[in-house]
Design a protein around this ligand. Sequence first.
Ligand code: AMP
Length: 609
Amino acid sequence: MSVQFESSQKKGPIVGIDLGTTNSLVAIVENGVPRVLRSKEGQSLIPSVVSFADQNHPLVGSEAKRNKVKDAQHTVFSAKRLLGRGFEDLKPILSSLPYALIEDSAAGLVKVQVGEGSYSAVEISALILREVKKRAEEALNCPVAQAVITVPAYFNDAQRQATRTAGRLAGLDVLRIVNEPTAASLAYGLDKKRQGLIAVYDLGGGTFDVSILKLQDGIFEVLATQGDTQLGGDDLDQALASVAAVEISKVFGIDIYSDVQLHASLLEAAESVKIALSTQAEAVLQLKLGDQVYSRAWTQSEFEALVRPILDRTEEPCLRALQDAGLKPSELSDVVLVGGPSRLKIVQDTARKIFGKEPNASVHPDEVVAEGAAIQADILAGNNRDLLLLDVVPLSLGLETYGGLMSTLIHRNTRIPTVAREVYTTFVENQTAVDIHVLQGERERIEENRSLARFKLGGIQPAPAGIPRVEVTFLIDADGILQVAAKDLRTGQEQSVEVRPTHGLTDSEVEKMLINSLENVEADEAYKKLVEARNKGEPVVRAVEKSWEQAQALLPPEECQEVQNKLEALRTALKGEAVAAIYDATSDLNRVTVRLAELLIQDSLKEMR
Ligand code: AMP
């Protein structure tokens, strides 16, 4: 038994998490078979939505999703699109988000403004991951502290670091970050015991990834990866919504984008139409505008014409990935589609057109990524020894050199982990420090690439110019994350290098957030139970209030009085915070209204006759 296995046994199971733009899932391998963990109600998807209706007690998942339209100002979704990104990067999508983004320039971070508070994408993702952790603990009935988390293959270093920090804030030891298409191929390949060259075309809610893999004797070798971290199913909703916005402005004179609530309702209506069109030839987009209604029918072919240009944007990354892998489409043995939108015929058609091959759509495109993450978790636990994953770095890594140009140290699609070294010297007599600027991207000019980190390499012993020799080692670990080490070659002394990622958080900031979040865990749990209890009680109050006139006509006065007493008791309980009292009062009111419900049904049947 390996050491890793022993320690993982002690620390409990390692779960696989798909932290999605729209939904998140968690899975585990049991007896060699991956299984997505479900709620008591059988739900596998945890909406990646956080509601700050009460700032001290955020709600996450299905409960938060209910507030997405009702309380759009305080509800954050698609936070993954913001992870590890700067304000400038996000300008193009600002107008499409119903919530406001602000720049916290001191921390170099973008934050979501919700009421009085503001939250970074890392904090929001941490809240989602905490909910995911809880789902796993409830389903497995034991503590869960270790996880493998997936990210889009095309995520850069800052985005990967942000994901890892979010995991840490959620109380998870993130053992590995795995690329989503690679995870999907693990789940897919394991199933079918496939061999050959496969393309994974992964269109999620907010990101598009394509990876080319070679599968042979249990070895999953990624040959190339490409993508677009700002392209996904959300864009199809936005396209439908913009048509509606123009028509609504013309016909009703209403500017949808200036009303957060309406904007959120429109996006939701657009998503429903898109989803309906994956199984129906026609669907109607309807939106209530006060006492008027905007209504517009969409046929599948009209929808396809609208979104084709968006989906065509997936072609270039696919062709580049094939080129990087040195392959022609005809050499592929399989094309695998992953992600919710792959249920759409137009997405399948686009993939078929690009690769010239009939694509395979998974039965559960939402679940394969989490299942793959669970398989990777199982490998890390020391099981599944006949599988090996060899992934690559998605973007080149380099340094700023003279004249504002980037000199590449590690080329994209290099297998990870990998290492590169550079020796620095000084230009000035007795210079004791050198500034180093690390960049990621494929362009020549530094401003066209992503600035990953800047740091000062200090502690160089004073000497004439050109004499000191400091070797800097850039290590890209198995998560695709950069680590930097430095050594003075003259003295042999190691130097510590503190790299603060651009748009990232320092370790001490993370620690502070960690303490805050741990302090809030209990309070949040208690509040969530209270919300659940209120969600049970409030509909019962509303139902009785609605039929109160009929109740007075149908029930004898003493029974009527009893219903009124219990109704009042539940109203009072709902104003308080005692969870048990709310449940008791709800079941009391339910009990005394059983006969009323029967009479109401009989009454309505009479009317129908
Ligand atoms: P994922 O990140 O894989 O969960 O994908 C989320 C995206 O899939 C969202 O944009 C959803 O609206 C979209 N989606 C989910 N189900 C369907 C469907 N049946 N047809 C089209 N899009 C879907």
